[in-house]
Write a protein that binds this ligand. Structure first.
Ligand code: PMP
Length: 358
């Protein structure tokens, strides 16, 4: 049975990439060795890494004064690594509290004894809209502003990067390469690969050179400057995850790059939101202007009915539509690799479900 996988992550990858991995798995480029077996010091892997870096730079039009790093530890690792590397002057960071993952980032920095100041929050409205800065950030107070660009659980996204007079660290875990942003607006961007890029195991960090410096007393594995000095091979990198992400990057370029992905993601998500907005059964809590292009949160507002929906959808091959355990409800993730046909199949199913449950 053909299925559509709406998981928030690890998530759907492009079919041609999965097929290429399958073809190449026993022997990479006729080497007689699998990607699972080759050394990260081999010429083959060095090329894979160099291509992946070059393709990210190209796809995102990254200026020359930024580095692209492949690290481990996921987005959660960056919640610690970012303050350890960047909050060295004031030991103090500012935060826009836009949801679960922003709060987690703040909590991790606090745990490491950094000061964390929430400049705006929409928690009292259940994060249905984004918090916005309505003041100039006091000068010489914070090392950076942490912003979760796409809120995977609440289904919201900053389509415009907040104006900030201090460097922004942007968590793009769930819309990396799915929407056009100007890298110059950020001091740093990070993203776990396992949502909109590739398999779990690699985390991308894009950082402005002037923010990077050697920091005493932090774990080497999290030291951006050390990792940059060693071309992301300070230790054994996640070879397979980088290889597979590299194939997705090539696929992305063939498809027309980030602008084309954004166009498709806008088309897919608007179709879905349009359905939700006219439905008498399902609704979408996220405020219109703030809605994510990649993670669509919705619900019947009745737990039992939501549960029945997930079960029936699963039987119909529409998988992983349950909302995050912290908020319940339903969620469809429409990442770059989700074709319009998957969205159409889901909308048809929603119509039918609504008819059946009048
Ligand atoms: N930030 C965001 C926006 C996320 O969606 C997630 C994962 N769902 C994380 C951070 C945490 O990422 P990881 O699981 O890679 O640590």
């Amino acid at each position: 049975m053909s299925v559509y996988n709406f998981s928030a992550g690890p998530a759907v990858m492009p079919k041609p990439v999965i097929e290429q991995i399958q073809r190449e798995l026993p022997s990479l480029n006729n080497s007689g060795m699998s990607i699972l077996e080759i050394s990260h010091r081999s010429q083959q892997f060095e090329q894979i890494m160099a291509d992946a870096v070059a393709n990210i730079k190209d796809l995102m039009a990254i200026p020359d004064d930024y580095h692209v790093l492949f690290l481990q530890g996921g987005g959660t690792g960056q919640f610690a690594a970012a303050p350890l590397n960047l909050a060295t002057k004031h030991r103090s960071i500012a935060l826009l509290d836009s949801g679960h993952w922003a709060a987690k980032a703040g909590a991790e920095a606090k745990k490491l004894r950094f000061h964390v100041t929430t400049l705006a929050t929409t928690e009292s409205g259940k994060y249905r809209e984004l918090p916005r800065l309505n003041q100039t950030i006091p000068a010489n107070s914070f090392d950076y502003l942490h912003v979760t660009i796409n809120n995977t659980i609440e289904g919201t996204a900053y389509h415009e990067v907040p104006e900030s007079n201090i460097p922004i660290v942007g968590d793009m875990s769930s819309n990396f390469l799915g929407e056009r942003y100007d890298v110059k607006d950020f001091g740093m961007i990070f993203a776990g690969a396992q949502k909109n890029l590739g398999p779990a195991g690699v985390t991308i960090v894009i950082i402005k050179d002037e923010l990077m410096h050697h920091v005493d007393g932090i774990p080497s594995i999290f030291d951006y400057q050390l990792n940059a000095d060693k071309n992301s091979m300070l230790n054994t990198p996640p070879v397979f995850a980088i290889y597979a992400s590299g194939l997705v990057l090539k696929w992305l370029k063939e498809q027309g790059g980030v602008d084309e992905m954004e166009k498709r993601n806008r088309a897919k998500s608007s179709k879905f939101y349009d359905y939700l907005d006219q439905s008498h059964l399902f609704n979408c809590p996220a405020f219109k202007d703030d809605r994510s292009l990649t993670n669509i949160v919705f619900s019947t507002t009745h737990d039992k009915l939501d549960q029945a929906f997930v079960e029936e959808a699963t039987n119909a091959g529409l998988l992983n539509l349950k909302g995050h355990r912290s908020v319940g409800g339903l969620r469809a993730s429409l990442y770059n690799a989700m074709p319009m046909a998957g969205v159409d199949a889901l909308i048809d199913f929603l119509y039918q479900f609504e008819k059946d449950h009048k």
